[in-house]
Design a protein around this ligand. Structure first.
Ligand code: ADP
Ligand code: MG
Length: 257
């Protein structure tokens, strides 16, 4: 049954860039409804794994299965349509547009042609209605992340933390089931960090699944039920957070660099 399967399965993933093997046969699963941590030293292959899962890069080998559907090598917007979206280590908002305008762009950017082509043939009145609905959802989502007071500010004027919230808000607007967050807390001040984590937990309670790359071990240990450790492009260990913390190989990988 679909709800008993892992929501995401990565099998023997390999990614080479010329002579560099960034991912070297990584396999793991993510259980539905969890906040799963993906950790590992710099250069371990975490961001590249996200890129391969979400169609930013084409894997050299291996497969990615989301909700029972093989999404290997699909385009990013097709994968978003299936319900899987990511945020980037460096937020990618458009600085010269307002926060609200950035939000209105989200489904176009993520879902690409499919949504807007399907909108094109229908009556103008319908298009206006869809836009109104989107605008309402954009406001609701900004409110949820408590950045609605910034709606008319240029995105370029936001702090690092506010940008991270905007990026999560944009990702959420595409109506995903699962979000991959690449260091969402980097450059975020402690009070915003706490809020961001609270939002992640609230969304988890609503049924969303998260895969989270994060350097802060305390965050991982306190907020993830399951942890996957990557090292040199491979999965070194995985298990409950408490087990991972005391795993000698994991400690060695971090200390050994
Ligand atoms: P992490 O996110 O765990 O720090 P990355 O996935 O960013 O690690 O990088 C893994 C390895 O792949 C590193 O050696 C990095 O230099 C290399 N790499 C990542 N992206 C590219 C790319 N576009 N071209 C060449 N090498 C890359
Ligand atoms: Mg990275």
């Amino acid at each position: 049954r679909l709800d008993e399967m892992p929501i995401l399965r990565v099998d023997d993933l390999v990614k080479r860039f010329g002579g560099i093997t960034a991912i070297d046969g990584a396999s793991f699963e993510v259980e539905r409804g969890t906040i799963t941590g993906l950790i590992g030293p710099n250069g371990a292959g975490k961001s590249t794994t996200f890129n391969c899962i979400t169609g930013v890069h084409e894997p050299s080998e291996g497969s990615v299965v989301f909700e029972g559907t093989d999404i290997t090598s699909r385009r990013t917007h097709q994968i978003a349509t299936e319900g899987l979206v990511r945020t980037f280590q460096i937020a990618r908002e458009l600085p010269e547009m307002t926060v609200l305008e950035n939000m209105m762009l989200a489904p176009q950017g993520q879902l690409g042609e499919s949504l807007w082509r399907s909108v094109a043939p229908i009556a103008r009145r319908e298009v206006v209605r869809e836009e109104e609905q989107l605008r309402q959802r954009a406001w609701d989502t900004l409110e949820f992340f408590e950045i609605d007071h910034l709606a008319h500010d240029y995105a370029g004027t936001l702090s690092g933390g506010q940008r991270k919230l905007l990026e999560m808000a944009r990702a959420l607007l595409t109506d995903p089931e699962m979000m991959l967050l690449d260091e969402p807390m980097a450059g975020v001040n402690p009070s915003l960090e706490k809020k961001l984590l609270e939002h992640v937990h609230e969304l988890q309670e609503q049924g969303y699944t998260f895969l989270l790359v994060e350097h802060d071990m305390d965050v991982i240990m306190n907020h993830c039920e399951h942890v996957i450790v990557m090292h040199q492009g491979q999965v070194l260990a995985e298990g409950p957070a408490a087990e991972i913390k005391s795993n000698d190989e994991v400690i060695e990988a971090y200390l050994g660099g």
